[in-house]
Ligand binder design. Structure first.
Ligand code: NAD
Ligand code: IPM
Ligand code: MN
Length: 361
């Protein structure tokens, strides 16, 4: 097999810190399973603005195009928040990357680690022995990308607007993904919308229902976003696959992450029709803890596992990484965000070492 090329874009804040641990774990997996990856690093986000004048320099995009997958850290931070909005790292780098590669399907799995039931802010009787929810978020359309978008006028009449828009084709392809994936799980899709108010969401509900006819073995429920946000913390066990548009998926996936104990646990895969993907933690650059060596690298490590699974078909190696993470947590090796006793917490690199040392074929 040809050596696979990975574009490594660590970005800002905790990005480089957690990325180093993911690469460490990937190298352990290479050694254990006998495959080879070629890592090529490029600047993205705020650090790219600082040294190249643009959040997504052409060389970075060219590297991504020449690669088999993108491993992404996080971008953004206070330093760049005063720039014009369309030059800021999130809008000038991350969103264009998603759009450029048509990464419409964002998978965000939140599963409770048995040893971390107590780290959840939910009551123990609600968490039970854990829940397992997969948020499938449409990532290249909706209110994030709809046109027109802008500002006009002055004074008290100054106005700003975004457009929420979905085409039938866009809804259909993400819905199909959700049903296909639900078939491999507990066969339940809950489609999240606001069809009682938003016309886009009326079409969303209609198209999802139509697509569901091709999947009679999968149960479909529709739920309004406000109710869903409440139902998630009332009884997370009722959910299997959550099918969401771009913005609702953004919001609910952070909520699901925290329900499992920390933002630092939520991995994500953003893939297109040909299984090319960008793999990144769902959390951000965490400016409040950046540079301290205390960030939790698990979301980045599990994102790397998703890369092996979805883009490279290396299922056994992906499972080995996931198992190593679970064993590390069960052994009580925990970063500050998930440790019961912060005095016993380990740092980012120690956590990476602990996971890497547990990788075996
Ligand atoms: P954030 O996810 O960076 O941080 C929210 C909270 O979660 C913070 O208290 C942070 O310390 C904690 N947290 C996040 N990841 C963690 C980890 N791995 N280990 C331990 N704790 C962790 O969200 P924010 O503060 O709203 O955003 C900060 C910056 O990141 C902003 O510029 C935002 O736009 C950007 N952002 C980028 C991405 C991305 O690049 N994919 C995603 C979300 C936010
Ligand atoms: C995420 C992030 C991004 C989003 C931002 C940084 C553009 O919050 O990946 O969840 O809203 O999609
Ligand atoms: Mn988000």
């Amino acid at each position: 097999d040809r050596e696979k090329k990975v574009a490594v874009l660590a970005g800002d804040g905790i990005g480089p810190e957690i990325m180093a641990e993911a690469v460490k774990v990937l190298k352990a997996a290479e050694a254990a399973f006998g495959f080879r990856l070629k890592y090529e690093y490029a600047d993205v986000g705020g650090c790219a603005i600082d040294c190249h004048g643009h959040a997504l320099p052409p060389e970075t995009l060219a590297l991504c195009e020449a690669s088999d997958a993108i491993l992404f850290g996080a971008v953004g931070g206070p330093k760049w928040e005063c720039l014009p909005p369309d030059q800021q790292p999130e809008r000038a780098a991350l969103l264009p990357l998603r759009k450029h590669f048509d990464l419409f399907c964002n998978l965000r799995p939140s599963r409770v680690f048995p040893a971390l039931v107590e780290a959840s802010p939910l009551r123990p009787d609600i968490v039970g022995d854990g829940f397992d929810i997969l948020c499938i978020r449409e990532l290249t359309s909706g209110i994030y990308f709809g046109r027109p978008k802008g500002r006009e006028g002055q004074g008290a009449d100054e106005r700003a607007f975004d457009t929420m828009s979905y085409t039938r084709r866009e809804i259909e392809r993400i819905a199909r993904k959700a049903f296909e994936i639900a078939r491999l799980r507990r066969k339940k899709v809950t489609s999240i919308d606001k069809a009682n108010v938003l016309t886009t969401m009326v079409l969303w509900r209609q198209v999802v229902t139509e697509v569901s006819r091709d999947y009679p073995d999968v149960q479909l429920n529709h739920m309004y976003i406000d109710n869903a946000s409440m139902q998630l913390i009332r009884d997370p066990h009722q959910f299997d696959v959550l099918l969401c548009g771009n913005m609702f998926g953004d919001i609910l996936s952070d909520q699901c992450a925290m329900m499992t104990g920390s933002m630092g646990l939520l991995a994500s895969a953003s893939i297109n029709e040909s299984n090319f993907g960008l793999y990144e933690p769902a959390g951000g650059s965490a400016p409040d803890i950046a540079g301290k060596g205390i960030a939790n690298p698990i979301a980045q490590i599990l994102s790397a596992a998703m890369m092996l699974r979805h883009s490279f078909g290396l299922e056994a190696a992906a499972l080995a990484i996931e198992r190593a993470v679970e064993e590390t947590i069960a052994a009580g090796v925990l970063t500050r965000d998930i440790a019961r006793d912060p005095r016993k917490a380990v740092g980012t690199a120690q956590m990476g070492d602990a996971v890497a040392s547990r990788i075996r074929a």
